[in-house]
Design a protein around this ligand. Structure first.
Ligand SMILES: [Zn+2]
Ligand SMILES: [Zn+2]
Length: 118
């Protein structure tokens, strides 16, 4: 019985957390602004104009986007466009993502495919 009460309390906690997130929905709907390139792990500043993203916010530097990926996301095959820079003064209130994604194998696959093109 104690276990059941414990689970109920946990469930209530999850619901409350969920509500908290919903209330902050406006904030979470902004771009993630990931801190690094998925191909080369280079740091990409949230106010950088050298960052490119797809519609799923896969994030790459300009070099990888233009030279290796040819403007196409290796994860979703979507279009990569320049990521809008977030003004530095907004970054305290709307902090960029700190989640680093590093998938160099995806970029190598695209680079290898490009070499086989006629
Ligand atoms: Zn890169
Ligand atoms: Zn993508």
């Amino acid at each position: 019985m104690a276990l059941c009460l414990g689970l109920d309390a946990m469930a209530a906690g999850v619901v409350m957390m969920g509500r908290g997130r919903a209330a902050a929905g406006e904030v979470t709907s902004m771009l993630q602004l990931r801190p690094s390139c998925e191909c080369c792990d280079r740091n990409l500043d949230p106010s950088s104009r050298e960052a490119f993203i797809c519609s799923f916010e896969c994030t790459f530097c300009r070099d990888c986007t233009e030279r290796i990926l040819g403007g196409t996301c290796p994860n979703c095959r979507g279009e990569l466009v320049r990521r809008p820079a977030r003004p530095v003064e907004k970054q305290a209130k709307f902090p960029p993502s700190t989640e680093r994604v590093f998938k160099p194998e995806g970029c190598q696959r695209v680079a290898a495919a490009a070499e086989h093109r006629p």
